[in-house]
Design a protein around this ligand. Structure first.
Ligand code: GDP
Ligand code: IMO
Ligand code: MG
Length: 421
């Protein structure tokens, strides 16, 4: 079976930390969508690591890490990541596999991303500008270049054709400064890094592994509210971030999926533009941001902060078929004497638990329930029962509302700060 870990909010739920923790129980960890827009943070042994493309199982010896066909890969970013892993003495050469069908991000994709955002002006998505949207557009537009293509004899011509098309397109957008020669040199150099890694037909690889009884963990990037179909469109990313994306992003059948672990913070954040009903654009939000150190792992931007949104979580649990919940960053609430959780939305004159068709076009007012804070450290708690009573009440209330068990509670960024029930 293949188990899935993914984010139930707008990303940065702590997926990297939880994948790293659980990876020891698996043979393979696989990324199935997204690309270097992701920033997954791991903390252990007094060190901090941020991964963008490499799956979060890379620090566990003997474990295979697969970059699946659904991923879009920037070889320059990958090379930088691998250099930093080398410095940390992580031996990845035989354990990092690339799907031949993953699409390549070209330097021109990054500039098209920037140009598209400049063109949108005030309506910009707040993209990470890593070239994600334009690369997926070329994939669905049937123009893309794939990892396996770099071994073709006419690869250079294919690259030139796509690059020239991009340069034409860039002319219709607001001007973006770029240096094609330097970027191109760096990009072609970094292809050598790809050539030195193992490329596989990952759909065969993964299905054979499943047949041999290997345990596989699929690692989501972004969050379900950034899903291209079900997120707060158009303020979303360009891939299917939900469980369904595991099937298309790895080439496995739906009945092979086992546990679906949905991760939510004990509150909520979003980075970039777009609707965020429970946002606290005020002192409370600032307190959450400081306590939670809510600054983007990829872009360093301050994350928008607010209370946990239960109608939103109910929606993403439904979309993903979540079988269990992991709640992260509960320690961030330690200093709050009063907490809130949205239980309903008020819109079109009614109190509802369903999200409207378009959160961008509908004015929704969250209806909150208040909870008492626990005002103490959680450092000593290693079991659910050892948590302060008020924290248990908060968790039980959320679990009852959502109807899915909260099986893991993360009480700090470090690997060992996790309560498993
Ligand atoms: P991801 O993209 O879902 O992997 O999450 P990020 O790494 O972008 O952001 C999560 C941030 O919260 C990182 O800085 C983590 O080190 C940190 N983090 C993860 N779990 C916890 C937790 O339980 N408590 C605290 N205080 N920080 C956490
Ligand atoms: P992880 O995996 C949080 C957001 C961007 C922007 C929108 C589109 O670390 O949780 P894109 O670069 O995909 O065109 O950006 O999506 N976004 C993320 N927000 N965490 C992420 O990844 C994100 N990846 C993209 O901020 O609003
Ligand atoms: Mg992140």
């Amino acid at each position: 079976m293949i188990d899935v870990i993914l984010g139930l909010q707008w990303g940065d739920e702590g997926k990297g930390k939880i994948v790293d923790y659980l990876a020891g129980q698996y043979d393979i960890v696989a990324r199935f969508q997204g690309g270097p827009n992701a920033g997954h943070t791991l903390k252990f042994g007094g060190n901090k690591y941020i991964l963008h493309t490499v799956p979060s199982g890379i620090f566990r010896p003997n474990l295979i890490n697969l970059i699946g066909n659904g991923v879009v890969l920037d070889p320059i970013v990958l090379r930088r990541e691998l250099q930093s892993l080398e410095k940390s003495k992580v031996r990845f050469q035989k354990r990092l596999l690339l799907s031949r069908k993953a699409h390549l991000i070209l330097p021109t994709h990054r500039w098209l991303d920037a140009a598209s955002e400049a063109h949108k002006g005030k309506g910009k998505i707040g993209s990470t500008l890593k070239g994600i949207g334009p690369t997926y557009m070329d994939k669905t537009g049937r123009n893309g270049l794939r990892v396996g293509d770099i071994q073709l004899t006419d690869f250079k011509e294919r690259y030139e054709a796509l690059k020239n098309k991009h340069l034409e397109l860039l002319r219709i957008y607001p001007e973006i400064p770029f240096d094609i020669e330097t970027a191109e040199r760096e990009w072609f150099d970094s292809l050598d890094t790809l050539r030195a890694l193992q490329m596989v037909d990952s759909e065969y690889y993964i299905n054979e592994a499943l047949q041999q009884g290997k345990k596989i963990l699929a690692e989501g990037a972004q969050g379900s509210m950034l899903d291209i179909d079900f997120g707060t469109y158009p303020f979303v990313t360009s891939s299917n971030t939900i469980t369904a994306g595991v099937c298309t992003g790895l080439g496995i059948a739906p009945q092979k999926i086992g546990r679906v672990i949905g991760i939510t913070k004990a509150y909520c954040t979003r980075v970039g533009s777009g609707p965020f009903p429970t946002e606290e654009d005020n002192e409370t939000g600032e307190l959450l941001r400081q306590a939670g150190m809510e600054f983007g792992s990829t872009t360093g931007r301050p994350r928008r902060c607010g209370w946990i949104d239960l109608p939103q979580l109910r929606y993403t649990i439904l979309l993903n078929g979540v079988t269990e919940i992991c709640m992260t960053k509960i320690d961030v609430l330690n200093t709050f004497s009063a907490l809130k959780a949205a239980t309903h939305y008020q819109y079109d004159g009614k109190k509802r638990i369903d999200l409207p068709f378009d959160l961008c076009a509908t004015e929704v007012a969250p209806v909150y329930k208040n909870y008492k804070g626990w005002n103490s450290s959680l450092d000593a708690a290693t079991t659910f029962e050892a948590l302060p009573g008020k924290a248990q009440e908060y968790l039980n209330a959320i679990e009852n509302y959502l109807g899915v068990p909260i099986t893991m509670i993360s009480t700090g960024p470090e690997r060992e700060k996790l309560i498993v029930r």
